[in-house]
Ligand binder design. Structure first.
Ligand code: SAJ
Length: 526
């Protein structure tokens, strides 16, 4: 084994590409798996570890449990990378045939001077992306074939061979919203037992400030009998990638890193210099730990602001998206998009990794908790819009047939974790509605298990056949392209349409003689 802590950047990268360094990635989830595959694709010897045997076996067969497209492929298809960034997700914009678009939001962007305006129009070019094979699976398959990537459930045995260990396990919250670091602690025990002298451990999981020094370092030291900072390196480098564009963002998004000493931080920065993204080194692990939490809190609070503005617009008879589009022409103002709630693995729980330690020390954060509450009540607000629409057509929720289109927690993802559509649907079924659903991107069996009180159809036709009311709940490209005439053809009893994602043109709905309700829009034209 090499002493990865003292290699020059050039020597480290050369060894890595030649397969002379072994990396262990502990936790093969939405961050760990694409990261393991990308390192392996660059030639590194990677051992992916996970305690979930079914996931390890699935990956070993070349099946990726997650969908990731490589948008750098767009460039190969003739797209031009622009200098401007998307005002909503900050990703670099691209242009094809004179049309600028955000490859993450999948919307057309208008750029005029310093003003970058994300429109609600769907970018045609994204069909290119969807026509391609699942890129992560292609990379995974070649890494397995070349044996640059292997997988195991035996973390300690894998770590014994590793020059560097990347920890990418989940850090959830418990029922009292306190950070639950049990998975992290047990990963550290397994890692500590196999940790070799002169190796480097990089914590990538999102954690409360102080965790690297006060939880990870002592466990690793106790289990290995080695001294952190002397016998092995320990760094913290939070991950900023977004699901769906992880392969692109791993290479391009700026990173921050810190270590329990400068040598650890430097070694981690050298390892990640394999990717072209800039890396900023900070002196204290608490800074990078807290910074990751600031980023996600900023996003959650910004979405809560957008949601509150949407509620105000409904009251005043304004269209919130039209107002936000106007506001975005000011380069200093970036308001996110209102929606039926905030889901996914990170945003609903990360704020508590900062606020709970503050609460324990006597400070009660108000704004951050208020934003969480507001975002959490959005699914019930959508139910109110549904009830209101049904009332206008003289139908009671109890006994009505409602079809929900889109179940995933966000557009163009098949991920159901913490999806706000679950409380929305549960509330409708509690009120006696018969709910059918369709989502082109989720795994049907998984969705049926998750949404056990409703019917998860395997086609749009099947989901719509009895619908009296249709809810647009997730803004997948496929759903954004739906026309009201199509819906009416497939749902003969259709009376009302409720749009929680601002994907429907309400004039079309009214022209079709249907009742419409939309989040953040003028309510009823009666
Ligand atoms: N949402 C809105 N309006 C918006 C944006 C999002 O309602 O304008 C909703 C989505 O529908 C979804 C939820 O918020 O339900 C979260 O979606 P997201 O795209 O904002 O975030 P994630 O969970 O996919 O990823 C976030 C990102 N964090 C930030 O942008 C600060 C990502 O960069 C992080 O790496 C990730 O959390 C993480 O792992 O922490």
């Amino acid at each position: 084994m090499s002493n990865i802590l003292d290699l020059s950047q050039e020597a480290l990268i050369t060894k890595l590409r030649k397969g002379d360094l072994t990396l262990c990635v502990v936790g093969l989830g939405y961050v760990g798996l694409p990261l393991a595959v990308l390192f392996a694709a660059e030639g590194a010897r990677v051992i992916g570890c996970d305690v979930r045997r079914n996931i390890v076996e699935k990956i070993a067969r070349g099946e990726s449990p997650i969908i990731e497209h490589d948008i750098t492929e767009l460039v190969k298809d003739g797209a031009k990378a622009l200098e401007s960034r998307c005002p909503t997700c900050a990703i670099q914009l691209f242009e094809v045939d004179g049309e600028a678009f955000c490859p993450h939001c999948l919307k057309v962007v208008e750029i005029t001077g310093r003003s970058v305006r994300l429109t609600s129009r769907c970018a045609e070019v994204n069909l290119l992306r969807y026509a391609k094979p699942k890129k992560l699976e292609a990379l995974l398959e070649s890494s397995l074939r070349n044996r640059t990537l292997t997988t195991t459930t035996e973390t300690t045995r894998a770590v014994e061979q590793a020059d560097a260990v990347l920890i990418t396990v989940g850090t959830p919250i418990d029922n009292n919203r306190n950070p639950d670091t049990s998975a992290l602690s047990s990963a550290c025990i397994q890692i500590g037992k196999g940790l070799a002298k002169s190796s480097l451990v990089i914590l990538k999981s999102t954690v409360s400030p102080g965790t690297t020094e006060s939880l990870v370092a002592p466990i690793l030291a106790q289990e290995s009998g080695l001294t952190p900072g002397i016998d092995f390196g320990l760094a913290h480098m939070p991950e900023r990638i977004k699901e769906g564009i992880a392969l692109y963002e791993f290479r391009t998004i700026p990173r921050i890193v810190s270590g329990i000493d400068r040598r650890s931080a430097d070694a981690a920065a050298k390892l990640f210099s394999l990717f072209p993204a800039p890396i900023y080194i900070f002196e204290d692990t608490k800074i990078t730990e807290a910074s990751k939490l600031f980023e996600n809190i900023y996003r959650d609070v910004n979405i809560a602001l957008a949601n509150e503005l949407a509620l105000i617009c409904e009251t005043l008879g304004l269209d919130v998206i039209k107002v936000i589009e106007a506001t975005q022409t000011d380069p200093k103002t970036h308001i996110l998009t209102p929606g039926p709630g905030v889901g996914g693995y990170c945003l609903p729980k990360d704020p508590y990794y900062l606020t709970q330690p503050a609460l324990k020390k006597g400070f009660n954060p108000r704004l951050i908790h208020m934003a969480r509450k507001l975002n959490d009540m959005m699914p019930l607000h959508i139910v109110r819009l549904i009830e209101d629409a049904l009332k206008e057509v003289g139908v009671k929720v109890n006994g009505s047939d409602i079809t929900v289109l889109g179940l995933a927690f966000k557009g163009n993802s098949g991920d159901l974790r913490n999806t706000p559509i679950l409380p929305l649907v549960n509330n409708l079924t509690e009120k006696g509605a018969r709910v059918s659903s369709y989502d082109p991107l989720v795994d049907i069996d998984e969705a049926q298990e998750y949404f056990d009180g409703i019917r998860v159809a395997n086609s749009l036709e099947d989901a719509l056949k009895d619908a009296c009311c249709v809810i647009l709940a997730t803004d997948h490209v496929e759903l954004r392209k739906l026309r009201i005439a199509d819906l009416q053809k497939k749902a003969e009893n259709l009376k009302a349409v409720v749009d929680a994602r601002h994907v429907i043109n309400e004039d079309e709905v009214y022209r079709a003689g249907l009742v419409f309700r939309g989040l953040g829009r003028e309510q009823s034209r009666k």
